[in-house]
Ligand binder design. Structure first.
Ligand SMILES: C[S@@+](CC[C@H](N)C(=O)[O-])C[C@H]1O[C@@H](n2cnc3c(N)ncnc32)[C@H](O)[C@@H]1O
Length: 351
């Protein structure tokens, strides 16, 4: 085909479908639906637009138009058997729509946090990030990612809910995969909202916990330990791991913390952990693993690149960082129930 004949055959109207130009809005639609609590209004039932509008106090005609785009993104569907009666159209949730409910375990907080300005605005500069190799958050907000959460408590809460919802399952897998018997002082570095440490402390009743996180995040951890009845067994340390890490731990946990750090900052944090840990103490690292197989981790990786300058790493890269900081006997452990997931669980010992 010559360039001329290709131009003649080109149909922008048809190709619109190929490019999916409104794909960018899928996340914002999910966030809008979560914020409006449409999924809560529908629950396991079927409702008309008017019934939903009344339940969530929305403008009915606008809601009807919004529900059509929710349908396009497969979050709601016309209830089976009611498709051809537009006058009494009943909506119900799809399986994806159920993930936006707040009355069942869900990804509602996640859908809000990852589609809120703190994350989406820096993503708008992804081309600049690729050109320069520098994260975009400071360019957009004049502050780093964590300072942004300190200044935006609503988004920070959704982010904390996100970490909590993802960490419940990860914490179960962790306690099933790592031998914890005999641990006396467990330090969770960057550990808010405390989901992981709370689960670990329940597993080792004789152990005491220390959770270090930035001041903006400590309140969420406090809530977690209060709800778990564990406040007496944990010390919450508002601090900055770029300065130091609490000393004296028999076990240090680093879950999804290195992924937000560039190599220099990751090396510095591990050096602080090595300084704080007694010889023979363990460090357990759980984090996204960069592999050749295409997976969501490649999207996470670019998100770290855009937001914080961090990265997902290969197992070898984690091992090299640990060894350089003074941790030895690195062992990759299978993560129970998630053996094939792109997640690295690595145990090492302070030399
Ligand atoms: C991706 S979250 C992971 C949270 C938790 N470990 C989990 O997996 O549920 C990263 C955490 O590191 C904390 N963090 C980032 N920079 C920090 C710093 N300089 N000092 C202490 N904590 C920090 C953040 O506040 C956040 O709570």
């Amino acid at each position: 085909m010559t360039p001329g004949s290709r131009a003649a055959a080109f149909s922008p109207l048809r190709e619109l479908q190929t490019l999916q130009p409104f794909q960018w809005s899928a996340g914002l639609v999910a966030r809008g639906m979560a914020e409006l609590r449409i999924a809560d209004a529908l629950g396991d039932g079927r409702r008309t637009t008017e019934q939903i509008a009344e339940a969530i106090r929305a403008h009915g005609p606008s809601l009807e138009r919004f529900l059509r785009v929710c349908e396009l993104h497969r979050l709601v569907a016309p209830a089976a058997g009611a498709e051809d009666s537009a006058a009494v159209r009943l909506w119900e949730l799809t399986p994806a729509g159920h993930l936006l409910r707040s009355d069942v375990p869900s990804l509602r907080g996640f859908s809000i946090a990852v589609n809120a300005p703190g994350m989406t605005r820096p993503w708008e500069l992804v081309a600049d990030v690729v050109r320069t190799g520098c994260p975009a958050t400071r360019t957009v907000w004049g502050m780093d990612h964590w300072e942004y959460y300190a200044a935006h408590p609503d988004e920070a809460r959704s982010y904390a809910e996100t970490c909590a919802s993802l960490s419940v399952e990860a914490a179960e897998a962790l306690v099933a995969s790592v031998s914890l018997a005999g641990e006396r002082e467990i330090v969770d570095v960057g550990g808010s909202p405390g989901t992981v440490l709370a689960r670990v402390l329940r597993e080792v009743p004789e152990a005491h916990g220390v959770l270090l996180d930035l001041p903006w995040a400590i309140g969420y951890a406090r809530e977690t330990f209060e709800q778990a009845g564990l406040t007496g067994r944990v010390e919450l340390v508002p601090g900055d791991f770029r300065a130091e890490v609490p000393a004296g731990g028999s076990l240090y946990l680093l879950k999804n913390v290195l992924c937000d750090l560039d190599d220099e900052a990751a090396a510095q944090l591990l050096a602080h952990c090595a300084k704080a840990a007694e010889p023979g103490s363990r460090l357990v690292l759980l984090d996204w693993e960069y592999t050749e197989h295409s997976s969501h981790v490649h999207a996470n990786d670019v998100e770290f690149m855009v937001l914080t300058g961090g990265r997902a790493r290969t197992e070898d890269e984690y091992r090299r960082l640990l060894a350089a900081a003074g941790f030895e006997d690195c062992r990759r452990l299978p993560l129970a129930g998630h053996e094939r997931a792109p997640i690295a669980l690595i145990e090492s010992v302070r030399a």
